[in-house]
Design a protein around this ligand. Structure first.
Ligand code: FAD
Ligand code: NAD
Length: 403
């Protein structure tokens, strides 16, 4: 009998963890496992705010995929997926067409701009390693240019961050540490620099513990970061952003850098795949399969699952993506054996949000943490993700040990 082909698209937390789990469960001759990813490296999306601010080297955020897969069981293909058609079971990639017996879609997130004019063109987004490099280099370019130009334009030194969700706040935490270094490096007086966070909702980190949010805002404000709350960005231009302050009241913030961190959607390829979706996210069955397509699994940020306790979707996080991957791998093996699949049950352990290298807030297993304790917890979580995929060698190579 022909061995089944398991095709995994994307080597993010969801896709790569699925493969690492599959290679433990499937014997060499039992299946052909093919992993397709745009780059030959995986990047820790959860560290991209650090690379974007310039507080962590971009190469520290990424590692080789070949180093963590079992090459006798998994074929890695470095290629860009260009189209998915679940009706004909065909996946078009820059390296040719693939078909499958089981498909796992783990193509991750894209920044959501909600159709706001100008954002696609004039704002930068913390999307991947090279996008992070662009943000870091753009900010440095503005500092260097300000220092050399004759008629100095102080707006070059204004950075607007759209969105005070976890990504926005973590990026601001890094900027809070990086700006003083940049000021020294480029001889820029600190008071010339403005970092403004613009949030649409009436509070920072909407829905998170108010006491922890208050701590975070206090710490960031102490580093000179300004907040404009309840004032959605309504337009971006080459000169900055327009924000809405009241029914008919608007303000324009002139800024040399605009970083958009106001939410995510699934990968656009989902929209033309033939699977029903909402903002490129698929409301999956309880066992992580796509409705109507029993041989297609969705993992990570492309999957949408409702938390029945709150009647709201679970947030798209690496924590959930890695847990889903375990279930997806087990369920594929169950199908191969003609057994029943199992339901995915998330085990939410909490959330830790960093505020720069040595500070953080966290709500972990019902315990509130701030400062050094929370920051150490964040590093433990970061190292655990490395361990789950590449074991001790990967932790030693890429882990965070500076307390
Ligand atoms: P991704 O990690 O986005 O991986 C998708 C993969 O698919 C990538 O390798 C990409 O290169 C590849 N790919 C995309 N398109 C194609 C294509 N066309 N062809 C081939 N390959 C392709 N979550 C937490 O739980 N904790 C945190 O602390 C945390 N911090 C975060 C900080 C930031 C700054 C950001 C932006 C997110 C953070 N998240 C955090 C959320 C977390 O990063 C995502 O939920 C997680 O990355 C989703 O994993 P994924 O596998 O679905 O997708
Ligand atoms: P998010 O959706 O969590 O937050 C986006 C924020 O942008 C919201 O506060 C929203 O009100 C605001 N916003 C939306 N439209 C706006 C507008 N027009 N103007 C101004 N503000 C606007 O998105 P995120 O922060 O990118 O996070 C994405 C996912 O990644 C979430 O699930 C999050 O939990 C996860 N994440 C987790 C961590 C962590 O655990 N430490 C860190 C980063 C991200």
């Amino acid at each position: 009998m022909k061995r089944p082909t398991i095709l995994v698209l994307g080597a993010g937390y969801g896709g790569l963890s699925t493969v690492v789990n599959l290679q433990k469960l499937v014997g060499t001759d039992e299946a052909d496992i093919i992993l397709v990813n745009k780059n030959d490296y995986h990047y820790e999306s959860t560290w991209l705010h650090e690379a974007s601010a310039g507080t962590l080297r971009p190469d520290q955020v990424r590692y080789d995929i070949q180093g963590v897969i079992n090459k006798s069981k998994v074929q890695f293909v470095k290629a860009t997926v260009e189209g998915i058609d679940v009706n004909t079971k065909k996946v078009a990639t820059s390296a040719g067409e693939y078909t499958y017996d089981y498909l796992v879609i783990g193509l991750g997130f894209e920044g959501e701009t909600f159709g706001i004019t100008g954002l696609d063109k004039y704002a930068l987004s913390i999307a991947n390693v090279n996008a992070a490099r662009q943000i870091r280099d753009h900010i440095e370019y503005q500092f260097a240019t300000w220092s050399t130009e004759e008629n100095r334009d102080d707006a070059r030194l204004t950075i607007v961050v759209g969105g005070a969700g976890f990504s926005g706040i973590e990026f601001l935490g890094e900027l809070g540490n990086r700006i003083p270094e940049l000021c020294e490096e480029y001889d820029v007086p600190k008071e010339k620099v403005r970092v403004v966070c613009v949030e649409a909702a009436p509070m920072v980190l909407p829905g998170f513990d108010p006491e922890l949010v208050e701590y975070a805002v206090r710490q960031l404000e102490a580093k000179g970061i300004e907040f404009s709350i309840g004032t959605p960005v309504v337009e971006a231009t080459p000169e900055g952003v327009k924000i809405k302050k009241g029914e008919e009241e608007f303000e324009f913030i002139k800024a040399g850098t605009v970083v958009w961190a106001a939410g995510v959607r699934g990968n656009r390829l989902i929209e033309t795949s033939g699977i029903e979706n909402m903002r490129a996210r698929v409301k999956v069955e309880k066992d992580m399969r796509a409705p109507g397509f029993p041989d297609v699994f969705i993992v990570g940020d492309c999957a949408l699952m409702i938390n029945e306790e709150t009647n709201r979707p679970y947030p798209p996080t690496a924590q959930i993506a890695m847990q889903q991957a375990v279930t997806v791998a087990k369920n594929i093996v169950a199908l191969m054996k003609g057994e029943n699949t199992k339901e995915f049950v998330p085990e939410l352990k909490g959330t830790v949000c960093s505020l720069g290298e040595h500070d953080a807030i966290g709500d972990v297993m019902g315990r509130k943490l701030t400062g050094t304790k929370a920051s150490i917890m964040k590093k433990v979580i970061d190292n655990r993700a490395l361990f789950m995929i590449g074991g001790v060698p990967l932790v030693l190579k890429k882990g965070k040990f500076k307390l």
